[in-house]
Write a protein that binds this ligand. Structure first.
Ligand SMILES: [Zn+2]
Length: 361
């Protein structure tokens, strides 16, 4: 077994566990920084390691288009290229195909789309997406799926789900004989319809996946709807397997999902917000803008309670100056703080569950 739950919270569905991968044991709940192009923007691998990141995410769609699967395979995969010894989870590319490329056409066998980089025609199938992730050397892979947009009609949700299930079954059967220590998670879809979510769980649990992701949330729907989909779906998933909500990155959303029994999260938000001068701060996970005039002569670190490299070295006044001047170090330092903040946010909840602390039960 690659996953075991070691503690359960007393008054919620939250749990603490350990996920074993070929590149280390991941303590869950866990927040995974996103390295879209094979780099978490602005952060060195050693800095990720120092802030406690044991696993990062990379995007199949982007790496597929550039530098390309064959090139990555020739160079021995992502770990050695990036000089990253931790675990890597890669997504299936499905989300980006439907959100980034202009034209995409789904048929039963796969999806054809136009590259957003050079307009070239590209095609993903459940099998080629597994081949790509095997070439990357991913520890945890995801199968090709259709991420139903929000809002969507009931017919669209049902049709997307049907195709997604066919693709996932094919991905599973193709991956299993060549798994070689890698893991493949199922992706539960079904849009905002609770009955379709139940149907998706029932169909996917027929196979012995390494874990289960709840996909298609945080795609533009209001917070209450995100919360109700997660609260409804997470408890339906097998207790013995890790549960992952894709694309969730606001501290309040993470806390809620953990209380529903979710173990894993990823989001580009901490680095993207950082580049726009926004930082997380305080026990409520507030989001603040460093460019505000009030920080011009503020000698405090971004968050007085944060122990990250940035907060140990730089004042808000200096960071504001860097961001106002468009200096690279500003974005890098802010990115380190925001990633550290979310990793620590989740790690603190983990400690509270283990300690049976009344602040998270
Ligand atoms: Zn900090």
């Amino acid at each position: 077994m690659s996953f075991k739950v070691t503690h359960y919270a007393r008054h919620s569905k939250a749990r603490v566990g350990e996920l074993t991968t070929p590149h280390g044991v991941i303590q869950t709940p866990v927040f995974m920084p996103v390295g879209t192009q094979g780099t978490v923007k602005g952060i060195w691998p050693q800095q990720l390691h120092n802030m406690g990141a044991g696993i990062i995410l990379a995007n199949t769609y982007h790496l597929w288009l550039r530098p390309g699967v064959d090139w990555l395979k020739e160079w021995g995969g992502l770990h050695s290229l990036m000089n990253w010894n931790g675990a890597i989870l890669t997504d299936s590319g499905g989300f980006q195909v439907f959100s980034l490329s202009d034209l995409n056409r789904v048929d039963e066998d796969g999806v054809t789309f136009k590259s957003h980089l050079d307009g070239s025609r590209q095609r993903l199938t459940p099998e080629t997406v597994i081949d790509a992730q095997l070439a990357f050397g991913s520890d945890i892979m995801m199968p090709l799926d259709i991420c139903t947009p929000y809002p969507a009609t009931p017919d669209r949700m049902a049709q997307d789900l049907k195709v997604t299930h066919q693709w996932e079954k094919r991905a599973y059967e193709y991956w299993r004989p060549q798994a070689n220590g890698s893991q493949l998670f199922a992706i539960v879809q079904g849009g905002t319809n609770p009955a379709l979510r139940e149907e998706s769980v029932a169909a996917l649990t027929q196979m012995d996946w390494s874990g289960y992701a709840i996909g298609g949330v945080s795609v533009g729907e209001p917070r209450e709807l995100i919360e109700s989909i997660i609260a409804h779906t997470a408890p339906l998933l097998p207790d013995t397997k890790p549960r992952y909500v894709m694309g969730l990155g606001l501290p309040q959303n993470l806390t809620h999902a953990i209380s529903c029994g979710v173990d894993m999260f990823d989001c580009v938000l901490p680095t993207r917000l950082a580049r726009h001068g926004q930082f997380f701060c305080g026990p409520n996970g507030d989001r603040l803008g460093i460019r505000r005039a009030m920080y011009q002569s503020d000698s405090m670190p971004l968050d007085p309670d944060c122990k990250c490299e940035t907060c140990r070295q730089f004042s808000r006044a200096y960071l504001r100056h860097l961001m106002m001047s468009g200096e690279m170090l500003g974005s890098m330092a802010m990115s380190i703080h925001n990633c550290h903040f979310l990793i620590e946010w989740v790690a603190r909840i983990r400690r509270q569950i283990i300690a049976e602390s009344p602040s998270f039960t």
